[in-house]
Design a protein around this ligand. Structure first.
Ligand code: RB5
Length: 144
């Protein structure tokens, strides 16, 4: 499993903590930025992470901005990307089981690092249910 990770300037510190977690678990990742800067535009990082999943270069993505909202909106405009904004483990598990979410979005100004790591752990360790009714609903998401 390879993880694409991206953040705007507000998410840099949380991104570093998540990378430490990924490295500790031996999980491969690609960091799409940004680095430590005072200002940046979250759609750039959502698009870079989303493209890597569309091209199947990465399997799942993690996106962080201040609220997680802007960066998840940006990612969800991309075909085949299902970004779930999760600030609790129940949602992180449910969105993998039911929505086969391929991107986890979080807000660095909303949750603490310890909680965020547990959410990441839950998201990465839950597989899609493969349930027929969930497959049907996910397919409907791609319809105009
Ligand atoms: C940046 O100030 C902030 O707007 C951004 O990180 C994010 O929260 C947008 O949704």
């Amino acid at each position: 499993m390879k993880i694409a990770i991206g953040n705007d300037h507000t998410g840099y510190a949380l991104k570093k903590a998540i990378i430490e977690y990924l490295e500790g678990k031996g999980i491969e990742y690609q960091d799409f930025g940004c680095g430590e800067v005072t200002s940046s535009d979250y759609p750039n990082f959502a698009k870079a992470v989303g493209r890597s999943i569309q091209k199947k270069e990465c399997d799942l993505g993690i996106l962080i901005c201040g609220t997680g909202i802007g960066i998840s909106i940006a990612a969800n405009k991309m075909k085949g990307i299902r970004a779930a904004l999760c600030h609790d483990c129940f949602s992180a598990e449910a969105t993998r089981l039911h929505n086969n979410a391929n991107v986890l979005a979080m807000g660095a100004r909303v949750i603490g690092v310890g909680h965020a790591i547990k959410i990441v752990d839950t998201f990465l360790n839950t597989d899609f249910s493969q349930d027929e009714r969930h497959i049907r609903r996910i397919e409907m998401l791609e319809e105009e």
